[in-house]
Ligand binder design. Structure first.
Ligand code: ZN
Length: 379
C-alpha cells in the first residue's frame, strides 16, 4: 500500500516536472558545485522548455516559481530563532558513518547486527541527528531543522546484507531484513529523520539478490538514495598505477551510464582507505576510454568526524568517516558521547540552508570562499 502511494507520488512528480520542464532544473541544482559531468551529448539540462502558448504547463511553472521567493519566509525563520537557545554552529563537526556488513550478532568491527542497526537509527534520531545526503553535505546545502545535527550514512562494498530484493505478490520489493529495509521502515515511522545514504559498490552490486543488477540499483535510486564508486575489483589504489586507477574507477562509470544515462554521482570511497600521494590526482580526476570523471568527494576510512563544509579545514577529496560500530576505538557511540560532553564541537543547524550561523569566536575557522551566496550570521 505504502509502495503504491510512493509510486503515485513519484509518477505525479515525474508528470509535473515533465510538464514544467523542471526536471532538468531540479537535477541541475542537485549537481551544481559538483564536479564536471562527463560530456553527454543529449544533456537534457541544457534544453530549453518549448515555447508554447500559455496553458496549464505555464500555470504550473508559475506556481513553482512562486515557491522560489522563499527568502522572505526564510528570513522570518531566522528572526524567530533565539541564537542563545538554539546555539547553531554550522562550523561544527559532522559524522559520516561508514557501514559494511549486516546480520552477524557477535562483535566484529565490519559487521552490525540488524537489531543494532535499528538501535543506531533510533539513537541518532533521539539525539537530534537528521540524515543528509553526501551530495548535499559537500555542496553545503544542509537543510534540516534548527537545533538538529546532520549525519551522513555510507555503506561500502555493495553486499546483499545491506540491500537485496525479494519477491512479494509478483513484485520485487526490498527485503525488510537488510539495512535498506530497516532504514526505509524507520523513515516511514520517522519521516523527519530523512532517508539519505550512499552505497559504494564494486563490480556487481548486491550480488546474490533477486532481480538484475540494474533493477537493484534502480530500486535504490527510486528510493532517493545514492550510488557511489568503490572501484571495480575493490582495488587497493595505493598499489595501482595511473592506468589501473583510471580503469577501475572508469569501469564503474561506464556501467552506471549504460544503466542510467543521467547518473551523476561523483563520489568515491577508497577501498581500504588506501591511496598514494604520487597517484592521488588520478583518483580525483581521470579518463577511461571516452569517459572523463572528476570526484566531488573522496572518502577515507574512518576515525573521526568531518569538519563542516564551510570550515577552513574541509577537504572534500580527503573526507574522514566514523566507524558505525560500538565498543570499537573512536566509533559512532564514542563520538555521540564526545558531542554530548563537548557540545561546542558539534554541528548544530540554524534551520536555514541559506545562512551559515556560528558563535562569533569561531569566525577565524570560516573559509569565506566556500560561502558562495550564503549569508554569515554570528552571535
Ligand atoms: Zn570496501
Amino acid at each position: 500500500m505504502k509502495r503504491k502511494y510512493l509510486k503515485i507520488i513519484f509518477i505525479t512528480i515525474i508528470m509535473v516536472t515533465f510538464l514544467t520542464g523542471l526536471l532538468g532544473c531540479t537535477q541541475h541544482n542537485r549537481s551544481q558545485n559538483t564536479p564536471e559531468k562527463i560530456e553527454q551529448p543529449n544533456d537534457t539540462d541544457t534544453k530549453e522548455a518549448p515555447n508554447t502558448p500559455k496553458g496549464d504547463e505555464d500555470i504550473l511553472l508559475e506556481q513553482e516559481e512562486e515557491k522560489h521567493p522563499i527568502d522572505k519566509e526564510e528570513q522570518q525563520v531566522i528572526e524567530e530563532i533565539d541564537y542563545e537557545i538554539v546555539r547553531p554552529n554550522e562550523l561544527g563537526e559532522v559524522m559520516i558513518l561508514m557501514y559494511h556488513q549486516f546480520g552477524k550478532t557477535e562483535r566484529d568491527i565490519w559487521w552490525r547486527s540488524f537489531e543494532n542497526f535499528e538501535k543506531d537509527l533510533q539513537t541518532l534520531y533521539d539525539s537530534g541527528y537528521r540524515a543528509v545526503s553526501l551530495q548535499d553535505f559537500i555542496t553545503n546545502n544542509i537543510d534540516i531543522p534548527a537545533g538538529t545535527t546532520p549525519v551522513i550514512f555510507t555503506f561500502d562494498d555493495g553486499t546483499n546484507s545491506q540491500f537485496n530484493l525479494i519477491e512479494k505478490e509478483g513484485e520485487l520489493v526490498v527485503n525488510p531484513k537488510t539495512a535498506v529495509g530497516i532504514m526505509k521502515s524507520f523513515y516511514e515511522k520517522h519521516p523527519d529523520f530523512g532517508l539519505e545514504a550512499t552505497f559504494y559498490i564494486n563490480d556487481v552490486a548486491f550480488a546474490g539478490s533477486r532481480g538484475t543488477e540494474k533493477e537493484r540499483l534502480q530500486y535504490l535510486l527510486d528510493l532517493g538514495v545514492d550510488v557511489g564508486n568503490h572501484t571495480f575489483g575493490h582495488t587497493n589504489l595505493a598499489q595501482a598505477n595511473a592506468d589501473n586507477i583510471q580503469s577501475v574507477i572508469g569501469k564503474h562509470y561506464r556501467k552506471m551510464y549504460e544503466y542510467f544515462p543521467d547518473y551523476r554521482h561523483y563520489t568515491l570511497a577508497l577501498p581500504y582507505g588506501a591511496y598514494a600521494n604520487s597517484t592521488f590526482e588520478y583518483i580525483v580526476r581521470g579518463e577511461y576510454e571516452d569517459l572523463r570523471y572528476e570526484h566531488g568527494a573522496v572518502l577515507l576510512v574512518g576515525w573521526k568526524p568531518s569538519p563542516a563544509p564551510a570550515h577552513k579545514d574541509f577537504f572534500p577529496t580527503r573526507l574522514v568517516r566514523v566507524r558505525a560500530g560500538e565498543g570499537e576505538l573512536q566509533d559512532m557511540y564514542y563520538y555521540l558521547d564526545y558531542f554530548e560532553k563537548n557540545p561546542e564541537k558539534r554541528y548544530v543547524s540554524d534551520g536555514n540552508p541559506n545562512t551559515i550561523a556560528f558563535p562569533e569566536k569561531y569566525k577565524h575557522l570560516l573559509d569565506e570562499e566556500r560561502l558562495e551566496d550564503k549569508k554569515v550570521i554570528t552571535y
